[in-house]
Design a protein around this ligand. Structure first.
Ligand code: PMP
Ligand code: GLU
Length: 384
């Protein structure tokens, strides 16, 4: 019998859907998939070369559990540029997904509450539950970058609140929070003495405005654990590498979780990551510009479909569009796969607040985007 802790945890909808599409394609079905959030670009060659060279040099053994010193120094420099007084001691090298899991394991006691954006990425709630915590989802304002509705956020804070897990820029909404949105969270965190776990994995993928790390706001450096990584910005999803940046005390606690589980990240993977930070940044800028162009196409073309509306996402590579049809997002997702040959992630996979929305990942070619939206338009306008 499965343990109680795992019993109620659903499979990851983003991964499940992507696997299903793979299966349908193997059966010969013609499906255009916009499900998973994964850049279609190859990892830039200088990063690949650095990892190959490290393998050739014999960097194939255990590495430091906290992460190779040069890489931690390079990550710390990223935060020094933002005005934070971080050194290698403040950095832990670990995959972004595991970073979130390990942080929650190290901070949450049974029954303590973690505030989440609703909608939010599919894996946050399972991670909180696996840590024994309770989830408090808070409704967002689609007109204001999907920031928290201030009154709803205030009402959700109580004596059990331990953490607010903030994804900015956000998956699935594409929202990029402005300073005033972040200040409201800061004020509550300071007044009520809770921590912010800031998932900033999409920080480099911003098309309008600027990304502000919440740790840089007054009073936040000491109460913020920032998670970020290489997957999305350097097209390194399969490398499984990211980091945590936080005050040293948090890093020491989370490191114990890493020591007793992952041990360390492969040293040759860390060599590739070091080349990503220290090498030319043009590939990153080129990928971002390609995403911006795709975003503009998606916004224009989706808005041409009757019953669909989308405000331009200011960050990430997700278009979270609203639909006005008398069915659920899950039903629409099924219909689109079966009848139109287009796969999208239903908004409800991200929480109740995502109902009547669909997530379209535009981390894929312009041609595929054009063809996919054309299929959707034809099918949706015939059906509804
Ligand atoms: N946070 C968010 C919001 C994500 O969308 C993802 C998706 N992969 C992750 C964390 C995990 O990143 P990684 O694959 O680098 O572990
Ligand atoms: N984060 C990506 C997504 O939302 C990758 C899949 C996952 O890890 O959930 O599609």
């Amino acid at each position: 019998m499965v343990a109680q802790r795992i019993k109620g945890i659903p499979p990851s909808m983003t991964i499940k859907l992507t696997d299903r599409v793979r299966e349908l394609k193997r059966e010969g079905k013609d499906i255009l998939s916009f499900t998973i959030g994964e850049p279609d670009f190859p990892t830039p060659p200088h990063i690949v070369e650095a990892a190959i060279q490290a393998l050739r040099e014999g960097k194939t053994k255990y590495a430091s559990s906290q992460g190779v010193l040069e890489l931690r120094e390079a990550v710390a420099e990223e935060y020094q540029k933002k005005g934070l007084d971080f050194t290698a001691k403040n950095i832990l090298i670990t995959p972004a997904k595991f970073a979130l899991f390990a942080t929650l394991q190290s901070l949450v006691d049974p029954g303590e509450e973690v505030i989440l954006q609703d909608p939010c990425w599919v894996s946050y709630e399972p991670m909180v539950l696996m840590a024994g915590g309770r989830v408090m989802r808070v409704e967002l304002d689609p007109l204001e970058e999907f920031s928290f509705l201030p009154e709803k956020l205030k009402d959700s804070v109580n004596g059990r609140t331990r953490i607010l897990l903030l994804n900015n820029p956000a998956n699935p909404t594409g929202g990029v929070l402005r300073k005033e949105h972040l200040m409201m969270i800061r004020d509550l965190a300071v007044d009520h003495d809770f921590y912010v776990v800031a998932d900033e994995i999409y920080e480099k993928l911003v098309y309008e405005g600027e990304h502000i790390s919440i740790a840089t706001l007054p009073g936040m450096e000491e109460r913020t654990i920032t998670v970020s990584g290489f997957s999305k910005s350097y097209s390194m999803t399969g490398w499984r590498i990211g980091w945590i940046a936080a005050p040293e005390g948090f890093i020491k606690d989370i490191l114990r979780v890493q020591q007793h589980t992952l041990t360390c990240l492969p040293p040759f993977v860390q060599a590739g990551a070091l080349a990503a930070l220290k090498g030319p940044q043009e590939p990153l800028n080129e990928m971002r510009e390609a995403f911006r162009k795709r975003r503009d196409i998606v916004v224009k073309r989706l808005n041409e479909i009757d019953g669909v509306s989308l405000r331009p996402p200011h960050g990430t590579f997700y278009a979270f569009f609203h639909f006005d049809y008398p069915i659920s997002s899950m039903e629409l997702s099924e219909m689109l796969i079966e009848k139109a040959g287009v796969a999208l992630t239903p908004g409800s996979a991200f929480g109740k607040g995502g109902e009547s929305f669909m997530r379209f990942s535009f981390a894929t070619s312009e041609d595929k985007i054009e063809r996919g939206i054309e299929r959707m338009k034809r099918f949706l306008e015939e059906t509804f």
